[in-house]
Structures are given as C-alpha cells and as structure tokens.
Design a binder for this molecule. Sequence first.
Ligand code: GLC
Length: 482
Amino acid sequence: MQLDNLVSSDSLEKEGWTALERSILYYKGRPVGTVAAYDATVEALNYDQCFIRDFVSSALIFLIKGRADIVRNFLEETLRLQPKERQLNAYKPGRGLIPASFKVVCEADEEYLEADFGEHAIARVTPVDSCLWWVILLRAYVVATKDFSLAYKPEFQHGLRLIMELCLATRFDMYPTLLVPDGACMIDRRMGIYGHPLEIQALFFTALRAARELLVCQGNEDIVTAIDNRLPLLQAHIRQHYWMDLHRLNKIYRFKSEEYGKAAANPFNIYADSLPYYELDRWLPRKGGYLVGNVGPSQLDTRFFCLANMMAIISDLASEEQSQAIMNLIEERWEDLVGDMPMKICFPALEDEEYKIVTGCDPKNIPWSYHNGGSWPVLLWFLSAAAVKTNRVELAHKAVEIAQARLHLDEWPEYYDGKKGRLIGKQARKYQTWTITGFLLAKELLRNPTFLPLVTFASFSVEPASRACEFELVEANTLYFG
Ligand code: GLC
C-alpha cells in the first residue's frame, strides 16, 4: 500500500469536487449537464455525453450545494429534446420519450444539442428509465428550490403529461407493472431483464408519485385519476409478487402449478423447479428478504438488484417491514453484496450456460464483471439514502469507509470486478462522474439527513397543484394509504 497516496476524507471530497467541476458540460455558455466520464486515456465513445440517469446523481449534489441553475438548465434543455409529435415512423422515438443521453455539437460556429434515444447506443437499447428519472429530478428541483413555477410552466406540464401518457397507455398485458424491452435502464445491455424488471417498476412508482405532486389537476383530470388508480395497484403487486424471504420461499416451494382461474394461489404459474432453492435456502437470512428482479408468466428471477431494491425503500414501494428486511439482508450478506467495494449491481452473477444464453455471450458482462455481478460505487448514495430512511446509517457509514480507502488510488473507476469487487473493472472508465457524485452524495446524506426528502415522500404528500381535484384525492388516498 502506498501510504503517501492515502488521502483523508476531506481531501477526497475536495478531489471529487474538482473532478465534478471538470465534468460540467456547457452549451451556449450555460452549464447544462455533466459528461459520463472524463477519462482522457481511452476513446470516449459516448462517455463524453451527458446521460440522463447519470446526471441525476450530479443534479442532487448540485441542488444540495445551491447550484440549482445547472439542474434547471438541464431540465429545460432535455425537455426541448423530448419528441412532442405522434410518430408514425417506427424508427423515430415515440412521443414523450426523454433521450438516454445528449451531446453538444459544434458546426460552423453553430452549437446544438444532439440526442440519443438509443438509436446510436450499443445494441440499440431503449432508455425507458430516462423519462422516469426526468420526472423524479424535476420534483427534486422543486423540493430543493420551492420553485413550483418551473413545473407549472405550460411546456413542463405538457412534457409531464406526455411522459405519463406514454407510461399509462393501455397495453397488451393486464398488470399494473410496466412492460419493457431488455436493457431499458441502468443495465443497458442484454441481461435477461426484459418484461417487468424491478428497477423500472421502482422508478415508475417513484415517477408516478412525483408527477402526482407536480401535475396541475385542471385539464389533467384523466391522468391524475389514472395515477391514483395505478399507484395502489402497483404497490400491492410488487409487495406481494416480488417479495422473497424464507417464509415466501417455503410457500413457493410447495406451490401447485397449472392452476386455472382467478383464485389461483400461484397466479404466475411459477414452477418450483425453476428456482435455485438450495442456494436461496442457504443464502436467505432468517430475518432478511428482498424484492426479486423480475416476475412474469412462469418466471421468477431471484437475482438481487441493488438500485431497484434501494429505490423501492426510498419511494415506499416496499413496506416498512420489507425495507427493514432488505437492510437486514445487506447486513447479513455484507461480504456478497458489499465486499471490498460498495456495491454489487446484482447478485449473484449469471455463470456458465446461463451466462451464455442470457447475455448472448457478452464479453463485457462475463461473470462477476460490469453489469453481471460487478460492483458500482454510484450505488453508494442509493444505499446511504435507504439507510437514512430506515435508520440504519451504521451500514452506510461502513460502506463509505470501504469506498473511501480506494477511490482516490483507483482514480474513481466506473465499476469493479470480482466476487468481492477487488479488481478495477476490466473496461471501466476512470473519473466516472457518477462514481464521484455517488460518493459525494452519500457523504452529504449521512452528514445531513434533512436532504433525504429530495428523493423521498411524506406519507401523505399532496402538493398545492393537486388541490384542484381534491374529490379524487380522498378516494385515492383512502385506497393508497388506508
Ligand atoms: C453504461 C451504463 C449506463 C450508464 C452509461 C454512462 O452504459 O451501463 O447505466 O448510463 O454507461 O455512464
């Protein structure tokens, strides 16, 4: 260990701030976002762009530090990139979508923003999470600045409405969850998370709650009613069908299959043999549990996904009891989920034949690397927010200490590889912005838990805009919180 290279927590934070400043993206002289990574040693690919999901971590720390202007500029510019017309061309992004990323292009002294809705991205993945993050961020901006006027602007109300229309549209399936293609979120490569992955459901739930606070009811009665109807159904569906603990494992183990009709105890027809019973039986602590990765017809993906579980705690998608059980699991299975770098994006990794079939032999997602069981420092802030929410801050402090010991020496990598997260990710960028902001945010949230409401909700959260249709609220709230 090079002792002289060890830095104190204070100077690490200073170093993080300097790197964050350097990552700010300017457009027509105004700061509008942050690049994904500022690593001059490798080809930029699209890491020199501002990713919507990555920027959320930057935005929250900017809001905490009073730099709301950048967040406001970002919200305005990305709203402009949102397609407003109904598209008949299947290769064009649908109305309401927010891009995965954007870049500033300079041509003949003219600057403009170019959006990527997945049409340039590797494997052409659809960024479903971007529009959900956008709504969540708009609400965080309003919470931080009390500047409701931005959200009430007609163009913002229109943008919100388009996102809600896109998410709440009638579809083929009859679940309250959102049906999406593979790689539609942070894990933006084929990883077997198509269908109804938990990460999308947790963000969807959070975005619905945020939109409910921001939408002016007048003129949006249909959407507001749709949100009020959807929230309790979505919450109950996830709490019931995605939950996994020893008690539930026992139930599933003895499930009958091929049950026809509405009264089925095993409505998704999960075949007991499809679950890794003996591993789960060994792994699940007596008092711990978590929300599984995905549920669908004869499908129960028992992998633990970190961002999804943390967002479920943060947004109240998980019940209080479930939230405590998730934190118990992290504590009891610390070596697996945190190890030498907080924290695993998912656990366990897909291996052997399963890895080949599910990832399509993706060399970047080999077992215990990148999205397939790699460790991502950005998840530190999600863990910290969940820890503050559940009064389990000691876990977050422990995790921050582990990260602190390495981030400077390792130059803030995007992710780590290996079962314990000891190896710097094979193709990880250095000076990855959300690694930096993940650490800074975790520090701030632990230092000052009053920042938590940027991402959490009061149990009865009805903001002024909603009062216009109070009659609907009474009914919805009886359902939802009653
Ligand atoms: C990778 C990650 C994605 C992130 C992007 C930019 O593609 O999987 O979640 O947004 O890099 O950092």
